[in-house]
Design a protein around this ligand. Structure first.
Ligand code: UDP
Length: 311
């Protein structure tokens, strides 16, 4: 059987780390990205490996892939709130036509297909912590809907291919993740707070900072994706770290870990910003024998170290 794996969104933060892991495990990797939000510098380490090849393309307009492919990880999509709100049509295309193209490629190659889904499909959740059985509370026309609804449609598409064509498919619901190679300006909370704290600028907490998130370090996240695609479980699985913190706690922790004199300031809470988010990961523990290993303080220290050298 072929040991060649396709990763879309390879020049992105999670995609580039995933490609690195797959190369380490001895696979050949074909990375695909159109650089709409990914960056060439994320590919530098990978391109030094002879088992890595790269196709610069949009998954909505992908040319032919000649190689035999055994697995496809479909990660290509704008993913941070400011990115997808600036690129709403591209985000909807990636989650619909793009996913369909990649599913067709998986069907042609008889490859296992993993779709990167998201905790955003739960919207502003009324169930806490969120289990995979929860259907979500999503505003279909809100500012986040181009992403949430595209990802929900993508899950429906994956399940339709699974049922109609009896394909091997996986759905990973990825919760907030951080680590090296996040873009300093992607607008997400951890890059914002770290770059602000390191520059001695005000740390911008939105709302009162009482909203919660649960942050997973990227090495744990990609280990979860790897375990999932190599399992035989075809329904959605939450992949994230269940340690829940308020955004104000996060601001204070980053301020103390960076020894920063920055003041913490409060800005308006964006519309449809989920109030509480924490994955229930019992299913991943049971089906994948996976759970995060890096605790939140240790993970933050690693991310801070990286930003110190890169911003
Ligand atoms: N947030 C904040 N200050 C910032 C950026 C984000 O308080 O400078 C908050 C945001 O309102 C949200 C949380 O941090 O409640 C996580 O935001 P992020 O954009 O990282 O991801 P989300 O989980 O909302 O997709």
């Amino acid at each position: 059987m072929s040991n060649t794996i396709v990763v879309t969104g390879a020049a992105g933060f999670i995609g580039s780390h995933l490609c690195g892991l797959l190369l380490e495990k001895g696979s050949s990797v074909i990375g695909i990205d159109n650089f709409i939000t990914g960056s060439k510098s994320n590919l530098e380490e990978l391109e030094a490996n002879k088992n890595f090849s790269f196709v610069g393309a949009d998954i909505c307009n992908l040319g032919k892939i000649d190689a035999d492919v055994s697995q496809i990880y479909n990660l290509a999509s704008p993913a941070s709130p400011i990115d997808y709100q600036q690129l709403p049509l591209e985000t909807l295309d990636a989650g619909s036509a793009g996913v369909k193209n990649m599913l067709e490629l998986a069907r042609e190659k008889n490859a296992v297909f993993l779709q990167a889904s998201t905790s955003e499909i739960y919207g502003d959740p009324l169930e806490h912590p969120q289990r995979e059985s929860y259907f979500g509370n999503v505003n279909p026309i809100g500012e986040r809907s181009c992403y949430n609804e595209a990802k929900r449609f993508a899950e429906a598409l994956v399940m339709a291919y699974n049922r109609k064509h009896k394909m091997q498919t996986r759905i990973a619901r990825i919760f907030n993740t951080h680590g090296p190679r996040m873009r300093a300006n992607d607008g997400r909370v951890i890059p914002n707070f770290i770059t602000q704290a390191l520059a001695g600028k005000p740390i911008t907490v939105y709302g009162k900072g009482e909203q919660t998130r649960s942050f997973c370090y990227v090495s744990d996240l990609i280990a979860g994706l790897y375990a999932l695609i190599n399992s035989s479980y075809s329904f959605p699985v939450n992949i994230g770290n269940p340690t829940e913190v308020t955004i104000l706690q996060l601001a204070e922790k980053i301020k103390s870990l960076t020894d920063s004199n920055s003041e913490i300031v409060f800005k308006p809470l964006p519309k449809d910003d989920p109030i509480r988010r924490k994955p229930d990961i019992s299913l991943a523990r049971k089906e994948l024998r996976w759970e995060p290993k890096v605790d939140w303080e240790e993970g933050l220290k690693k991310t801070i170290e990286w930003f110190k050298g890169n911003c």
